[in-house]
Design a protein around this ligand. Structure first.
Ligand SMILES: Cc1cc2nc3c(=O)[nH]c(=O)nc-3n(C[C@H](O)[C@H](O)[C@H](O)COP(=O)(O)OP(=O)(O)OC[C@H]3O[C@@H](n4cnc5c(N)ncnc54)[C@H](O)[C@@H]3O)c2cc1C
Length: 444
């Protein structure tokens, strides 16, 4: 698929990153006959192998969290694939489609060529020229710990991306900051391991794991919510608390509290060994309940309108009583007095495009694009949250976004091929040679 141009290697489309987004790009580019190369600095699906905690399973069932072209061969369709199985799935998928992925190669710099088309790409193993570059380096590149984190060497502080298992933390209680899918799963695992846990809960959605015999992934699909193109106003900072752990169950913060976890509001500040929390815990839980109940209503409505014969589940509407930590919320905590020796920051990630030196970012450094087609011609983004819709950063969603981007690339190639063909039409044989994939697109 690639060929040297002078002392450099040339490819039409260079995909940076060999996670699920890079594999999906390769499938669609290959189907459209676009010569391409995928560079991955580690291994295929590295994030699933080494940047997640040991017990993580997929958040969606195996029938849903996969690409259309292949099922999981050793995970029951309704079960939640362990992270190693997810990584093995993408490795097998890449093999099946014959994806030209080169692993162990880091892309260090991409620059637009001056006075000629394409980009010069510096990698850890040499320079490559590419007509187009697709950034598939993931939605969660740089762990974010907020600046309020205390400088206190008595505390072990890690980001959720560094958390592996409870044995990693010192004896003593733990404060987990952030109660999205990562924070709540880590907090529960720590509690099960016998630790005293404080969980700082911000605004969140908590869909039912399953309702009336159907997983929430199915409900979001039939209700059209995965396809939502814009976030509902005011939900920009709302995390989603959902888990496939223990066979999959609905996240219920009050249940966790009734089992001994101390829920607190959003973490506000640290001073002199004391952490303060906002007084928003009850509101955040109420908002999570409202989101949960709204989904049950939408599901009931859908079932009624479509005459679906699904078992009624009235008990799903039972909300447990408020535990004491909700009715009398803790607003401050002396960490040493409470025996807190560790903080896990489950506070999310940001992107890092330091290697992509092109004019495709806004003043805040955010990629400027429309469905992944960036403002810099020839540069594409894939895998980002809400790239085209709610499902964009998830396994099944990225596959569809990658298809759109590959279509765009193939269309651009046709324009160029036409240009080459008509430019050279007086030269005998030129039109034939210009239809050849590589010669038509060669960067000169
Ligand atoms: C804890 C957690 C659980 C999740 N669970 C689910 C789930 O159950 N279901 C679901 O659908 N989604 C889930 N997601 C969301 C999403 O599916 C994953 O984050 C997924 O890994 C994103 O895939 P990606 O290919 O876009 O990015 P990544 O998997 O991060 O892949 C990007 C790749 O690019 C490589 N790379 C980066 N920079 C360079 C460079 N300069 N040169 C070369 N290579 C580079 C990296 O090594 C990496 O392998 C989860 C996310 C998290 C954080």
């Amino acid at each position: 698929m690639t060929e040297p141009v002078f002392d450099k290697e040339y490819t039409d489309t260079l995909v940076v990153g060999g996670g699920q987004a890079g594999v999906a790009m390769s499938e669609h580019l290959g189907n459209l006959g676009v010569p391409h190369l995928v560079l991955e600095r580690d291994r295929i699906a590295e994030a699933w192998r080494t940047r997640r905690w040991d017990s993580l399973v997929a958040n969606g069932p195996a029938w849903h969290d996969r690409f259309p072209g292949m099922e999981f061969d050793d995970v029951d369709a309704d079960a939640f694939a362990p992270k190693e199985r997810v990584a093995a799935y993408f490795e097998a998928y890449a093999r099946k489609i014959g994806a030209p992925i080169r692993t162990g190669v880091e892309v260090r710099k991409v620059e637009r060529n001056q006075g000629r088309p394409g980009f010069t790409v510096e990698t850890s193993t040499g320079v490559i020229e590419a007509h187009r570059v697709v950034a598939a380096t993931g939605p969660f590149q740089r762990p974010v710990i907020p600046p309020i984190a205390p400088e206190d060497e008595r505390l072990v502080q890690i980001h959720s991306s560094e958390y592996r298992n409870p044995r990693q933390l010192p004896e003593g209680a733990v404060l987990v900051v952030g109660a999205g899918s990562s924070g709540v799963q880590i907090a529960e695992e720590l509690q099960r391991a016998g630790k005293s846990v404080y969980l700082s809960v911000g605004p969140h959605d908590r869909p039912p794991r399953a309702y009336r015999g159907r997983d929430f992934c199915w409900w979001l699909g039939v209700l059209g919510e995965w396809d939502a193109e814009v976030m509902k106003p005011g939900t920009e900072h709302v995390t989603i608390a959902v888990s496939g752990a223990d066979g999959g169950k609905t996240i219920d913060f009050r249940e966790l509290a009734h089992r001994g976890m101390t829920l607190v509001g959003r973490t506000q500040a640290f001073a002199d060994g004391v952490v303060t929390f906002e007084g928003d815990l009850a509101d955040n839980l109420a908002r999570g309940d409202a989101n949960y109940l709204a989904m049950l209503d939408a599901a009931d409505d859908y079932a009624a309108r479509n005459g679906l014969d699904l078992p009624e589940e009235p008990e799903a509407r039972r909300i447990p009583s408020d535990p004491a930590c909700v009715t009398e919320p803790l607003r401050e905590l002396d960490l040493q007095a409470a025996g807190v020796t560790a903080i896990v920051w489950a506070t999310g990630f940001s992107v890092d495009y330091g290697w992509l030196d092109v004019d495709a970012f806004d003043d805040d450094g955010k990629p400027q694009h429309q469905r992944g087609v960036s403002s810099e011609p020839g540069v594409y983004f894939v895998g980002l949250p809400w790239l085209s819709r709610r499902g964009s950063s998830f396994i099944w969603g990225v596959w569809h976004d990658a298809k759109h981007i590959a279509d765009h690339i193939a269309t651009q190639r046709k324009y160029l091929a036409y240009h080459e063909a008509t430019k050279c039409q007086d030269t005998p044989g030129a039109a034939e040679s210009s239809t050849d994939d590589t010669s038509a697109e060669r960067v000169n």
